[in-house]
Structure formats: C-alpha cells, structure tokens
Design a protein around this ligand. Structure first.
Ligand code: ADP
Ligand code: MG
Length: 200
C-alpha cells in the first residue's frame, strides 16, 4: 500500500463527516434517536484537533490513540464500536501494511466490533458495511472498487429489518431506511480510498 499522509487523511475524514453530519442525523432520526451525525462530528473534530500528534506516531500507535479518542468523544452506541474498530486495527496492523496485513487486521477489527456489539452481519448495523469491505479487501479489489462496494452495502441496509441497536426497537418499521452507522462507514471508506489513490 502506498504511503499516505495521516494528518491529511484525518483532516479529510473530519471534513467528510462534518459535511454529512445532517444527513447522518436525518438517517438516525428516521429509525433511531437522531444523534448519530452530531456524535460522529464531535468525535472526528476531537481527532482533527490532535491530528498532528496522531500523525507523528507509527501507524499502529496512531490508530490505537484515535480509537481511544473516539471512544471518549463520539458517545452513543457507535462511539465504543468505532473506537473498538480503530483500537483493534491498531493492535493488528503493521507499521507499513501490505494488502495481506491490512485485510487480516481489518478482519480482526470487525470481529472485535461484533464481540463488543454482541452483533453479527444481517442485523442492519455498521457490520453490514464493514464485512463487504473486508471481503473486498481479501479479494484484492482496488480502493475505488471497495469504496463503491461500501456505498452499495450501505444502500443494501435499506430493506433490512434491524435486530440490533436502537432501530431494532421499531421492528418492521425499521425497514425502508438506511442504517446511519453503515452510512458513516461508507463515507469513511471512500475518504480513505480517495487518499490512498491520490484522488483527494
Ligand atoms: P445510539 O444508537 O446510541 O443513538 P448512534 O446513533 O451514534 O448511537 O449510532 C447508531 C449506529 O450504531 C447504528 O446505525 C448502527 O450502525 C450502530 N450500532 C448500534 N448498535 C450496534 C451493535 N450492537 N452492533 C453494531 N453496530 C451497532
Ligand atoms: Mg442515535
């Protein structure tokens, strides 16, 4: 994987989340409590504030520190889950990951999220976007293909019925809306893909 500028990645990710904060809130209003956009924006602005310090660390340490920051600042159910994703990724990734290491580390990170959330694929959560991304990483798809797969996976949560998280309280009424956390994952995946491919 090409070297990339972590400070720039953090700034771009925070920009993306800020630009889509209202959309994420609207998604969470439909089948949750309407705080997801604000939760994510608060967390990523906190990460942005320390971007220089994170970028000065080796990649594994940076990801672990970002995970800790997200746990402390995002809140809601998604804060500990996104935090766990980055923490676990940091534990497994190497300083200069190749595709095989990235795929293995991402797989472990998803397992950690599922354990933390007591959740699994098919329940209309962020896992329904994370897992197809993982599959695409293993299959050797390009970064932009993976970004498209993440968007399609977020779209594919629309007809699903939620059986985990706040949206599960609505039962069948959760059908017909995109999962907010899944949308956040797709936004972040595209941000990373564009930076890695030098398109942003
Ligand atoms: P809250 O649900 O506490 O209001 P957020 O609105 O910030 O928290 O985040 C909601 C998102 O978190 C959901 O859209 C879903 O993707 C994800 N989520 C919630 N609970 C779980 C879980 N147990 N496992 C995986 N993801 C979950
Ligand atoms: Mg919410």
């Amino acid at each position: 994987m090409a070297a990339f500028d972590l400070a720039r990645l953090i700034t771009t990710a925070a920009d993306t989340i800020a630009a889509h904060s209202e959309e994420l809130t609207a998604l969470d209003q439909a089948i949750g409590d309407g705080d997801h956009g604000l939760n994510m924006k608060r967390g990523f602005e906190a990460v942005r504030a320390d971007a220089g310090a994170f970028a000065a660390k080796p990649l594994p340490e940076a990801l672990k520190a970002i995970g800790t920051k997200l746990v402390m600042t995002v809140g809601g159910a998604s804060g500990p889950l996104f935090g766990t994703l980055f923490l676990a990724l940091g534990k497994e990734i190497s300083g200069e990951p190749d595709r095989a290491n990235l795929a293995a580390a991402f797989g472990k990170a998803i397992e950690a999220v599922a354990a933390r959330g007591k959740s699994q694929v098919g329940q209309k959560t962020m896992l329904d976007v994370l897992q197809p991304v993982q599959d695409a990483l293993v299959e050797g798809k390009t970064a932009m293909e993976i970004a498209d797969i993440a968007d399609l996976a977020a779209e594919a949560t629309v007809p699903m019925k939620a059986t985990r998280g706040r949206a599960s309280f609505l039962g069948d009424r959760s059908i017909g809306h995109m999962d907010a956390g899944g949308r956040s994952v797709a936004l972040l995946v595209r941000t990373v893909a564009e930076i890695v491919e030098g398109q942003a």
